[in-house]
Design a protein around this ligand. Sequence first.
Ligand code: FAD
Length: 401
Amino acid sequence: MSAQQETGTATAHRVVILGAGYAGMAAAIQLAARVKRREDVQVTLVNAQERFTERMRLHMTATGQQLAELSIPHLLEGRGAQFVRGWVTAVDADAKTVRIDDDRVLPYDTLVYGLGGVADTSAVPGAEDHAYTLSSAQDAELLADRLARLGSGTVVVAGSGLTGIEAAAEIAERHPELNVVLLGRQEPGVAMNSKAKAYLHAALDRLGVQVRVGVEVVKVLPDAVELAGGESIAADAVLWTSGTRVSPLAAAAGLAVDGHGRIVTDAALRSVSHPEVYAIGDAAAIRQGYGVMHGTCQGGMPTGVQAALSIDRVLRGRQPKPFRFGYYHTPVSLGRGDAVVQFTRPDDSPRRICLTGRMAVRYKETVTASPWPTYSRMKKMPASGAFWPRGGRFTRIRRAQ
Ligand SMILES: Cc1cc2nc3c(=O)[nH]c(=O)nc-3n(C[C@H](O)[C@H](O)[C@H](O)COP(=O)(O)OP(=O)(O)OC[C@H]3O[C@@H](n4cnc5c(N)ncnc54)[C@H](O)[C@@H]3O)c2cc1C
């Protein structure tokens, strides 16, 4: 199939969306719903798999729990958007083309870049070769397989951020026969208020997770991790959750990126170097009044919707509006039977209010399950996707900055 056949007629405006994660799906569904009656606009979504990866549930996959089969092409049906399954290997920002699996080329007029991020296993020697990650469903399944076969032993979870906490709790709950050691620089829940933090620590303690903070993992070996200072901790499996890195494709294409390789955007989420490229989700460096957004689903989905709204406006000869987003919560699962939810100010600092126990479990599950029904709703009523907290004074960028 030629590139032209894949993307439609030569006269249509071709919008290619890379990555069908939380942000890319939001962009594709929102845009496809808005331009469904326009024959002069072609929307194409490219993703490595047909099955939607519920990234927020990958610690469940890593402990052998089966997730729902969510089909991306099935959800796109009836809105005229095309789905291309494949691995993006290059973006040519001058020729305005995307290379897929090295042999297919998709031309674009507007590109939406939403390839997300993965665990940064380049951070220390040995992590790439010996550590497991929650970067994809396949990676999580590899860990599930290893844990199921262990019988006894020690699992080291490197990284005491939210992904590390959720994974350590889930492994400890599902595999009480294993010792789970959570290692990190900072205490778990460092950004929470004292009540939420104390609850989280007590839950990890109850589950038998050994927490060691103020430590720096400097090497991952086949059967241990080495700490700064020379101590080594024996490990039958190591899960690496410390830090994320993004695909090098954007930098290789000559797009302006920040120190983490994320595409630097203007207020309308367009690349500052290539305005025909929109960047969304974890792959984008988006500045708000409080600083550059960090990768979350709660912020990622609005970026996808906003990119779609902006593209629709530009196609109608109007100017895109500035994007504003304020955080509102940090929900953390502690196994299947417990959780803690820290409500936040728009700049992600903790409020006094938090939920714990069963209420928190219900809240967390509602949040985690919400993206797919949200996409289904947006397909019929695109305006329903456009509600998120704008963050008031916290997100306003002063001219002098
Ligand atoms: C265990 C875990 C729990 C989390 N819990 C929460 C939470 O409770 N709340 C929250 O807000 N956030 C949470 N997050 C973070 C959240 O999952 C991410 O911020 C979110 O997934 C980012 O969305 P995205 O669309 O930018 O990227 P992703 O969801 O990572 O999607 C990127 C997509 O691009 C595809 N892709 C990547 N490279 C290529 C390529 N070269 N070619 C083709 N396809 C490609 C991937 O396969 C994927 O489908 C959690 C993350 C993890 C790992």
